[in-house]
Design a protein around this ligand. Structure first.
Ligand SMILES: Nc1ncnc2c1ncn2[C@@H]1O[C@H](COP(=O)(O)OP(=O)(O)OP(=O)(O)O)[C@@H](O)[C@H]1O
Ligand SMILES: [Mg+2]
Length: 381
């Protein structure tokens, strides 16, 4: 898959931009603050319906404007499609496919893209929420059905927490019966999510290990295997996530877990266990990366996570024409020469790679492609 044209209206710093893109490697060079990340963020947004750097859409709309439009023409072999999203500062977003209005979620999967950016260091060093969001976003990218599962979990949690809060204030047996119903609804959505996440992690694991070892080939850490393990206060260890009955069994385990904590949960007025509290522990050898890994190791591991997700999306399509676009935003500056060369080697075979850098000399010479001086194409302010 590759994007031949990107159009932005009032997106971030751009009032209007129409940019033709090529297959293969394109490098955008411009000084700090010129709008390089804004540009690639727009493609990333079309892919996942969320920004890779902010949790909400509002900052994506140019200051003082009511809405932003991102549109891309995507090619898969002979087929082409134009996907467009209108991000509204107030009110629900809108989407069009080939100029026909559709539900926003239908855009998911049309312009698959994996963005690697400095913010991804948070995957290794940051809070569990960052790792959960990354995993969930990949889950949805691989299978848009999970967008529904995620909103079911959120809704059940909201209802359950509201009930727990009322029960804390006014004990009421009638309300407790309603809580039983929400326990079940929560457990059903949560089980689908947890099993989905665990399946995804087991698919990712070999790719994470391989990319980390390749990137770190000449360093000490290359002898240690990088891995990722699902961590939860609920014990799912007896459930094989790939088994047919995995979700059904996880429902029972979650119902049991919330029932055994009911008194505590009423006392706190909050759901204390479930996927909203789980984490993915990243390890280098048998040492947790968070709190132990060096800056360079953390960076390689974050990169390995994103390259692994790119592999999975590529594998899923089963079609060599259907690779996700790969975005490397400001990545090379952080890497030593060996890592730069090995990363260049890895991505050179991608159908479309968009690279940004403030300084052209950071880009390894192996990455021959088109270089765009963004200052001659766009003047975002
Ligand atoms: N909603 C918005 N409205 C107007 N301007 C914005 C908005 N969001 C971001 N900007 C501006 O966009 C500019 C460009 O940001 P961007 O992150 O794309 O720069 P960059 O070229 O990637 O820089 P760096 O090399 O430092 O990473 C910044 O000056 C920022 O203030
Ligand atoms: Mg940037």
């Amino acid at each position: 898959m590759w994007v031949s044209r990107l159009a932005l209206r009032d997106f971030r710093s751009y009032d209007s931009l129409d940019l033709d893109l090529d297959r293969g490697v394109t490098t955008f060079i411009a000084p700090n603050g010129w709008g390089k990340t804004n540009l690639v963020e727009a493609i990333g947004y079309l892919s996942r319906l969320r920004s890779h750097r902010v949790p909400h859409d509002l900052p994506l709309v140019r200051a003082g404007q009511g809405q932003a439009i991102v549109s891309a023409k995507a090619h898969r072999g002979e087929r082409q499609v134009t996907a467009e999203v209108t991000i509204r500062a107030k009110g629900a977003n809108r989407a069009r496919i080939n100029r026909t209005g559709v539900r926003v979620r239908e855009i998911l999967g049309l312009v698959p893209c994996v963005v690697f950016a400095p913010e991804d260091l948070g995957l290794v060093k940051g809070d569990p929420g960052e790792r959960r969001d990354w995993l969930d976003s990949l889950l949805v990218a691989r299978n848009p059905r999970f967008a529904g599962v995620l909103s079911d979990v959120e809704k059940a949690l909201r209802q359950r927490n509201a009930l727990l809060k009322s029960l804390k204030q006014h004990p009421n047996p009638g309300l407790e019966a309603t809580l039983d119903i929400w326990d079940r609804a929560f457990a059903e959505a949560a089980a689908a999510l947890v099993i989905g996440r665990r399946r995804l992690l087991s698919d990712l694991a070999p790719h994470i290990g391989a990319h980390f070892s390749t990137l770190a080939a000449d360093a000490r850490e290359s002898r240690r295997l990088a891995s990722a393990e699902y961590r939860s206060r609920i014990d799912y260890s007896t459930i094989d996530p790939h088994a047919d009955d995995a979700v059904v069994r996880a429902v029972d385990v979650i119902v049991e877990a919330v029932l055994s904590r009911r008194e505590k949960e009423i006392d706190r007025g909050l759901t204390l266990v479930g996927p909203q509290r789980d984490d993915v522990e990243l390890l280098i050898g048998d040492v947790p990366a968070k709190g132990y890994a060096s800056h360079g190791e953390s960076w390689s591991l974050a990169l390995a996570l994103q390259l692994a997700s790119w592999d999975l999306l590529r594998e899923d399509s089963g079609n060599p024409d259907d690779q996700p676009v790969l975005v490397l935003d400001d990545v090379f500056a952080e890497l030593d020469t060996g890592r730069r060369a090995r990363l260049a080697d890895l991505v050179a075979k991608a159908e479309q790679v968009l690279i940004t850098a403030a300084v052209g000399s950071e880009i390894p010479q192996e990455l021959v492609g088109r270089t765009v001086d963004l200052t001659t194409v766009a003047s975002p302010r």
